[in-house]
Design a binder for this molecule. Structure first.
Ligand SMILES: Nc1ncnc2c1ncn2[C@@H]1O[C@H](COP(=O)(O)OP(=O)(O)OP(=O)(O)O)[C@@H](O)[C@H]1O
Length: 378
């Protein structure tokens, strides 16, 4: 599977942009702030129906405009084409269409066109709080199981309602029984998510170990452990045990929103024992394991987006990573770089790799032939 075409209208710093891509490697080259990452973001929108990280839909609309449109054509393995359009409008629900028909639920879209993004911020998977690691779980499982995403959306909505109710009560007992209603409604989504997260760990760890050995060539054994309050107790008991604490703290202290993934190196907490280099290798391995897991579960080759890897990763690791992902077992790649020569020198030794380089200047991206024509016409 690959993305053959991208069409942007009023998206971030792009007014109007059409791009045709290579099925293998595509590089976006340009100065800082030119709009390279915005192109990766647009591709991510097409696959995941949203931007990555903390991107907010409203801020993806070009300043001063009232709406944005991202259109893309995916070519599937049997040569069929799927046309996807994401429409963002100020203060309105976003609409996603597949071959001209809008989805009733956006969760029906996620997972059809699997994607993995590698960014310098990935190091936060190790350094920051547990929410970033739950996102890794949720991102992977949402792409492989539409039910998972539906349950997650339901759970988060009920959790918000429950927390709002606890605040409203200001530490007093709930005589209306509303909290009990939320508790009962949360059980099915919570247990579904818990079971899926538990099942995720073993196959993922195996892929992680393989990826780490390839990237680092080292002997340390890396792993991960899933921690959940639900491993020790059932849903009803958990909430009953925490009822008093919840009332006093005015928030929900038990549930799958408190789950944690613990990363280990030779059975020690990774963060405590790993060197900087080992941390970076580990984080890349997480993403490559995610890639393989998605490939296996969706039966499609995911799209791989590599953002800013040259500026933040050391040269050796970048070389190793590129050598790996340009191999025949990977699919379509999109890479950003500020230096037009660097990427060329790294990949030009492999004539088998079909690639396309785009120069990005202030919200305009063109391949080399297009730039030449444009400059001749000027
Ligand atoms: N909603 C928006 N409307 C207009 N411009 C926007 C909008 N959101 C972001 N931008 C602009 O997009 C540019 C940032 O683009 P992007 O992050 O893609 O740059 P980049 O080429 O990846 O840079 P770097 O090399 O620094 O990562 C900035 O100039 C920013 O002002």
């Amino acid at each position: 599977m690959h993305l053959s075409h991208l069409k942007l209208t009023q998206f971030k710093n792009y007014e109007s942009q059409h791009l045709d891509f290579s099925p293998r490697l595509n590089c976006f080259v340009g100065f800082n702030g030119a709009g390279k990452t915005n192109l990766l973001e647009a591709i991510y929108y097409l696959c995941m129906s949203k931007g990555y990280g903390s991107t907010v839909d409203q801020y993806s609309i070009r300043h001063g405009d009232r709406g944005a449109r991202i259109g893309g054509t995916f070519v599937l393995d049997d040569e069929r084409e799927d046309r996807i359009v994401v429409k963002l409008r100020k203060r309105q629900r976003k609409v996603i269409e597949r071959n001209g028909t809008a989805y009733a639920r956006i969760s029906e879209h996620v997972g059809r066109y699997p994607v993995v993004i590698v960014t310098p911020d990935d190091i936060n998977l190790v350094l920051e709080g547990s929410a970033t690691r739950r996102k890794l779980l949720d991102n992977s499982l949402s792409q492989t199981d539409p039910q998972y995403l539906n349950h997650l959306i339901t759970y988060n909505r009920l959790l918000d309602n429950r927390n709002a109710r606890l605040k409203e009560l200001e530490g007093h007992p709930d005589h209306t029984g509303l909290l009990g209603v939320y508790d009962a409604q949360m059980e099915a989504p919570a247990m579904y998510i818990f079971e899926k997260r538990k099942e995720f760990v073993d196959p993922f760890t195996e892929l992680l170990t393989q990826a780490y050995a390839t990237i680092s060539g080292r002997r340390e054994e890396v792993g991960l452990e899933y921690k959940s309050q639900l491993l020790d107790t059932g849903w009803e008991t958990l909430l009953a045990e925490r009822a008093e604490k919840d009332r006093i703290l005015q928030r929900t202290t038990g549930g799958i929103h408190r789950d944690e993934l613990v990363f280990t190196q030779d059975e020690h907490p990774l963060r405590r024992v790993a060197s900087q280099g080992q941390l970076k290798s580990f984080v890349l391995s997480l993403k490559l394991a995610q890639y393989r897991l998605l490939e296996r579960s969706t039966n499609r080759t995911p799209i791989l987006l590599l953002d800013d890897i040259f500026d933040k990763l050391d040269h050796e690791r970048v070389k190793q990573l590129l050598g790996l992902v340009m191999g025949s077992t990977f699919g379509q790649l999109f890479i950003t770089d500020t230096d037009p020569e660097r990427i060329t020198s790294l990949i030009s030794h492999d004539p088998a790799v079909e690639w396309q380089r785009f120069l990005v200047v202030d919200g305009v991206a063109r391949n080399e032939a297009e730039w030449k024509r444009f400059l001749e016409e000027e």
